[in-house]
Write a new protein. Structure first.
Length: 32
């Protein structure tokens, strides 16, 4: 897995959990 593929996979995972975090008043982002 290349670094680009890894970043894409992590971003997809973050998109899935972000609504739950935001509903609790939080958020998350990937710093690269």
């Amino acid at each position: 897995m290349t670094a680009t593929e890894l970043k894409v996979n992590v971003e997809k995972a973050l998109e899935e959990i972000r609504p739950f975090l935001q509903s609790d008043g939080g958020d998350i982002s990937l710093i690269s």
